[in-house]
Write a protein that binds this ligand. Structure first.
Ligand SMILES: Cc1ncc(COP(=O)(O)O)c(C=O)c1O
Length: 442
């Protein structure tokens, strides 16, 4: 039985206040009000397992799990127990905490070919640190980024290349060069255009999109041929595509890798790992060498976040979490495809065959992806108790019943979708369509 949700009274009150307190109303633009339909929860009060409850008390099946960071489930007890125990001993000291060594050894034992690790509180800090190391190691100043991928950092080297470059000095943005991950001749062209200037190429190893064949092997080959460092961003693929990451499947060894989302079940623990000869540039033991100021932050060694990461790592290592999550992803793809076919919408609604993160595409009658139709689907799924933004990120707490629930909500929502294809989504959607995060004007 689906839940029927229509009361967003407290959410509406929250929405009316929050933007006067917090610019953007959130601490990640992709959590913002402009990313959701008006009939949606504005703030979450609590979560448990695969479920969340909003401030009106509405219960939703969670699909994106804290922007993909909650890999085991909300308030997952074995992680919480470890966090509680650790926090009783204090969370920040004048010297490193003993748990830092434990975590470093445990994480590095899982990452093939990487010798050193540096912790961070945010993924952006980790990718920015990787870029800095690459620049220091190569003595070059430019960075190559696949700008057909969504996100690598909120720092200037990335944001300067997006539609939202206001506030980023032009000369800084000009040091980042874009290429297209679907056509690596564009990367070759960048190296040709800027000889001996590009310090590193950063990329996710896999996206839930068709990637060019041999993408990884080629990107590493091209980077190394031109004397650049290859940085693999495992922020999303880490603990999802495989444990610890896509690098264990591809067999391709990146020079540096960045980790976050999912490795501490939503707690703020991220990391940069890499080959010793590059990583130790950030060290203090090579007397007489010029110092590289790598990551250095007051909260980088916060003990309970590290405890959460250790507990998460242990559950992943012992409990076949990746297999469980892929099984859920596969079931969800099969169930969704069945509903889409039954609704006669196979040309309009697509679900990527990517079991670690099925992503949906919602198209109009001309076959063009439509934010309006996607927002309508969010609205309809929310009205049936599913917090859905267009992707499903399987976690250890998702069950077969959750998939069945999702399937039933999708079946009903697709009936509205079919109607919208006839009449236009405008009549069925309350309020405006969700907007892209990266847009020049509000
Ligand atoms: C691939 C990738 N890299 C880096 C980041 C930045 O991580 P954070 O939001 O923790 O700074 C993200 C965040 O969405 C990401 O998806």
């Amino acid at each position: 039985m689906l839940r029927r949700i229509s009361n967003f009274q407290k959410s509406d009150e929250h929405r009316s206040i929050i933007h006067s307190l917090i610019p953007g109303g959130a601490h990640t633009y992709s959590k913002g009000d402009d990313q959701f339909p008006v009939r949606s929860p504005a703030a979450i009060a609590r979560g448990k397992g695969s479920q969340v409850w909003d401030i009106d008390g509405n219960q939703f099946l969670d699909c994106s799990m804290g922007l993909t960071s909650v890999s085991l489930g909300h308030a997952f007890e074995p992680v919480l127990a470890r966090v509680r125990a650790e926090i009783e001993n204090g969370c920040n000291f004048q010297r490193p905490s003993v748990i830092e060594r434990e975590m470093a050894e445990a994480f590095l034992a899982t990452v093939p070919g990487h010798d050193m690790i540096k912790f961070a509180k945010n993924g952006s800090t980790a990718t920015t640190a990787a870029v800095k190391l690459a620049r220091a190691y190569t003595g070059r100043d430019m960075i190559a980024i696949p700008m057909d991928h969504p996100f690598y950092s909120y720092d200037d080297w990335f944001i300067g290349r997006t539609q939202c470059a206001k506030g980023v000095p032009g000369p800084i943005a000009a040091l980042s060069v874009a290429f297209d991950s679907r056509d690596l001749s564009t990367l070759e062209a960048a190296f040709d255009k800027y000889p001996n200037r590009i310090a590193c190429v950063i990329s996710e190893p896999e996206r839930p999109l068709p990637m060019a064949p041999n993408f990884l092997q080629e990107i590493v080959r091209i980077s190394h041929k031109h004397g650049a460092i290859y940085i693999q961003d495992e922020m999303i693929t880490g603990y999802k595509r495989a444990f610890p990451g896509a690098m264990t499947v591809s067999g391709v060894l990146p020079d540096l890798a960045t980790w976050g989302k999912g490795i501490a079940n939503g707690f703020s623990f991220c990391a940069l790992t890499g080959k010793r000869e590059i990583m130790e540039l950030g060290g203090i033991k090579s007397e007489g060498k010029e110092k590289v100021f790598l990551i250095s932050t007051t909260h980088g060694g916060e003990t309970h976040a590290i405890a959460a990461a250790l507990a998460t790592l242990e559950v992943f290592a012992k409990s076949r979490v990746v297999e469980h999550n892929h099984g859920i992803g596969k079931k969800l793809i099969v169930a969704s495809e069945e509903m889409i076919a039954k609704a006669g919408l196979a040309d309009a609604v697509k679900v990527a065959d990517c079991e670690w993160m099925p992503v949906f595409q919602f198209r109009d009658r001309t076959g063009t992806p439509s934010d309006g139709l996607r927002t309508l689907m969010m609205q309809e799924m929310l009205a049936r108790g599913v917090l859905f933004q267009g992707a499903f990120v399987p976690c250890f707490s998702h069950s077969g019943e959750d998939v069945a629930y999702f399937g039933e909500a999708l079946r009903e929502s697709l009936e509205v979708y079919a109607q919208a294809l006839e009449t236009g989504f405008e009549e069925l959607l309350s309020g405006p369509a969700a907007k892209p995060v990266f847009r020049k004007y509000l």
